[in-house]
Design a protein around this ligand. Structure first.
Ligand code: THG
Length: 370
């Protein structure tokens, strides 16, 4: 039996959906109430090698933008994150944890500073729009909080540079990592950042006019023919090896940033104020009780990890795995998971209670794995 996803207004399509479907999308996920193409009939391993060698076009419109605009936009943005935004430049992207009053993670967006009074929070899978609107209302801030018509398209892989040059000109090379510039497409300025949910390099184009979606897709796809372009999506093998975390999978509202490796994105300066600071300070002084790590484990190719798999050491609970897959490059299963403090040292041996009922021998690793 093949299960099909019934797309409706509530499960939103994107400006690129007609092309994604014409190219034979076989699997969708849903993120931010929006379809995320996950497969095009090829294996995850084929997609992985292709991403590492060529260039892929990803419909990541589900990375919705929460726009904060107005006199209090900067104050609201700072209230939402422990990351110090005070020295951020216009034109900068900042990966930033968002937390609640208990230091629980609300989301982990890329924040784009468009102007002193204008920010986009490019969010992972949770309803940040409502949180931001409620904070603005409760604090009587003068700020507009909306979800604009913005649909990011990611161009990822080692040939992304040469492809982007063909479509946007040599100016793309001036864009530094986690910075953005506006470059013209059909006389329309598009925000283009050097970023993306892979470690293979590339760009994200924040299309801000849905009516240009098909023309943008076609321009990139046609110019990409000579670079062996393919439609793609965030690749599980690549992101596990690279240590790119996924909200809702590796961590949730019940985790704090210090458990997730976000220490470097948390500022504790006395003159910086944000929601959850006291709770986060307490975690810092007590020390986190668990931490996200990589895990490599043996045996045959593991099945998909649809719910967490327990980890044990000498019969005791040591943590759990949240995402796991076979790596054809490292020639073992690779995973992301949460390890209790006593067991999080790299090299620690663990027993993985795999979803297929087998027990596998594993080893804790630092991230990224390479
Ligand atoms: N791009 C954009 N928005 C996003 C994502 C994205 N929103 C949802 C989700 N992805 C958020 N999660 C991440 C996770 C990791 C990174 C970006 C977004 C990332 N990390 C770099 C790394 O780990 O190497 C470095 C970040 C830094 O040091 O500043 O890129 O992918 N638009």
């Amino acid at each position: 039996m093949t299960t099909r996803l019934a797309v409706s207004r509530r499960l939103r399509s994107t400006p690129y959906t007609p092309r994604v479907e014409a190219l034979g999308v076989s699997d969708y996920s849903i993120v931010n109430h929006t379809v995320l193409p996950k497969g095009f009939g090829r294996s995850v391993e084929e997609d992985y090698w292709h991403l590492r060698e060529h260039v892929q076009l990803w419909d990541v419109s589900c990375q919705r933008q929460v726009e904060l605009r107005g006199p209090d936009a900067a104050t609201l943005a700072q209230l939402m994150t422990p990351r110090d935004l005070r020295s951020a430049d216009v034109g900068q992207c900042l990966y930033a944890p968002l937390i609640d009053q208990n230091a629980g993670l609300i989301n982990d967006p890329v924040i784009l500073k468009l102007a002193q009074d204008h920010f986009w929070l490019s969010i992972a899978d949770s309803d940040v729009l409502l949180w931001a609107k409620a904070l603005a209302l409760g604090k009587s801030f003068t700020v507009d909080v909306i979800e604009p018509d913005v649909s990011p398209l990611a161009v990822q892989g080692p040939k992304a540079d040469v492809l982007m040059e063909r479509v946007f000109g040599t100016e793309v090379h001036d864009i530094k990592f986690f910075r953005f510039k506006y470059l013209d497409f059909e006389n329309h300025p598009l925000l283009i950042a050097r970023s993306g949910y892979s470690k293979q390099g590339g760009y994200e184009i924040y299309l801000n006019d849905s009516s240009l979606g098909l023309a943008l897709w076609d321009a990139l796809f046609d110019a990409g023919a000579e670079f062996n372009i393919a439609p793609g999506s965030p690749n599980i093998i690549e992101r596990v090896e690279g240590g790119l975390l996924s909200y809702g999978n590796e961590f949730t509202l019940s985790n704090n940033p210090l458990e997730c490796g976000f220490e470097s994105y948390c500022c504790f300066d006395a003159d910086l104020n944000y929601i959850g600071k006291d709770a986060l300070l307490k975690v810092k002084s007590d020390g986190p009780v668990q931490h996200i790590r990589g895990i490599k484990f043996d045996g045959d190719k593991c099945p998909p990890c649809a719910s967490v798999w327990p980890l044990h050491v000498s019969g005791k609970t040591a943590g759990h795995i949240s995402t796991a897959i076979w790596s054809p490059r490292l020639n073992c299963n690779v995973a992301l998971g949460m390890l209790n403090r006593a067991y999080w040292a790299p090299g620690q041996e663990v027993v993985v209670q795999c979803g297929d009922g087998t027990q596998r021998l594993g080893e804790v690793t630092l991230l990224p794995m390479d």
